[in-house]
Design a protein around this ligand. Structure first.
Ligand code: ADP
Ligand code: MG
Length: 360
């Protein structure tokens, strides 16, 4: 199993930069996600790791060895495509055997290896079926089996659950993560779905327009986002953003929201030297306080039952705020209610650069 290192990795198509000077280390055995909106450069990054795309500059190391100009077939990395090209008319076991046959591995060893991956993936009962008779989730597992049977040093997966329906996606998330843990492979997983990345990955690199904005474990992205983009992209329901007039005096613990008639809000004190003309205060729905005595008055706009909790959308002079409240709290549309910000959980962003100013 391998450590994958990207050093100043760049890919330009003519004068369009798809991946900009990315430096990242993906640790051995890690489940690592590349997360970002469509077109941000995830697939291009993955294809460079696989050896299917030549970087414009920078390099790729596998276990410390520079493989930038090593051919894809020699990198020992399995690439699981969204629409993995299985042979529909062949039986499952012949599909899995395919890469072993082309490597000239003898029949007895082929059988041993196929049985092994079938056991790990729990598809032993499907080995004699034809691909065309399988449901989507089973096909996905066969596709993984075909990737795994070569015993690759790493797995690359590009939106592998993209074509499945919601229920199957959720089951396959657990399945894939469980599988990763059983085989201990280094996995790089590309997705635009933050729930997928947050629920599966040990660490996530959030990408936007060719840049990696932050690479961190899910909880850190959630609680300590480095920028407005990361804060807004990760977490559901989404973070609340309230515009604030700057500059803030050093040590100030309250500020004026930038809307007419908006109240003073408690804010976290900025570190020495940090400021901005315009600021944005970010606060997660579970860190808003809701109650008659809270300072920002508003009107309940909508409520949504989330099972263990309730989400309340409140129209206030500081904008429309989403708060997570106990499900027993009696609130209905049109009710007047107060909202408060817990400054201990708030993050101040510079509205111009988008960067968080008070990260811990
Ligand atoms: P993602 O997987 O995050 O959706 P991609 O890595 O596929 O994004 O693409 C990133 C950007 O690079 C996109 O704007 C895409 O149009 C562009 N791009 C990708 N491959 C090529 C190519 N072969 N030629 C020109 N532009 C490309
Ligand atoms: Mg893609």
């Amino acid at each position: 199993m391998a450590e994958i290192r990207l050093v100043n990795l760049r890919k330009a198509f003519d004068d369009f930069v798809a991946v900009r000077d990315t430096t990242l280390t993906i640790h051995e055995g890690e489940f690592f996600a590349l997360l970002g909106p469509s077109g941000c450069g995830k697939t291009t990054t993955l294809r460079m790791i696989a050896g299917l795309e030549m970087p414009t500059s920078g390099r790729i190391e596998l276990d410390g060895r520079d493989v930038t100009s090593v051919r894809a077939a020699k990198r020992d990395i399995a690439f699981v495509f969204q629409m993995f090209a299985l042979y529909p008319h062949l039986r499952v076991k012949d599909n899995i055997a395919y890469p072993l046959r082309s490597q000239g591995i003898p029949a007895s060893e082929r059988k041993e290896r196929i049985d092994e991956v079938a056991r790990v993936l729990r598809i032993e009962h499907l080995l004699k079926r034809r691909i065309s008779s399988l449901a989507g989730g089973d096909r996905q597992r066969v596709a993984l089996a075909r990737g795994m049977v070569r015993r690759p040093r790493a797995f690359l997966m590009d939106e592998p659950l993209g074509t499945l329906d919601a229920e199957m996606r959720s089951a396959m998330r657990e399945e894939l993560r469980g599988l990763h843990d059983r085989i201990g492979a280094t996995s790089v997983y590309v997705t635009h779905d933050q729930i997928e990345a947050m629920s599966m990955a040990d660490r996530i690199a959030v990408m936007s327009k060719g840049d990696v904005l932050q690479a961190a474990p899910p909880m850190e992205l959630y609680l300590n986002p480095a920028s407005l983009f990361v804060a807004g992209f990760v977490g559901s329901p989404a973070m609340n953003f309230i515009e604030i007039e700057g500059p803030l005096a050093p040590g100030a613990t309250s500020a004026q929201a930038a809307l007419p008639g908006a109240p003073e809000l408690p804010v976290p004190a900025l570190p020495e030297g940090a400021s901005g003309q315009k600021l944005v205060l970010g606060i997660r729905p579970e860190h808003l306080k809701v109650g008659a005595d809270e300072p920002i008055s508003g009107t309940v706009f909508a409520t949504e039952y989330l099972g263990s909790h309730r989400l309340v959308v409140i129209e206030t002079p500081a904008g429309r705020l989403r708060a997570r409240v106990a499900k027993g709290l009696a609130l209905k549309i049109g009710d007047r209610i107060g909202v408060g910000v817990d400054p201990a959980w708030a993050i101040l962003f510079d509205a111009d650069t988008g960067l968080a100013l008070n990260r811990t």
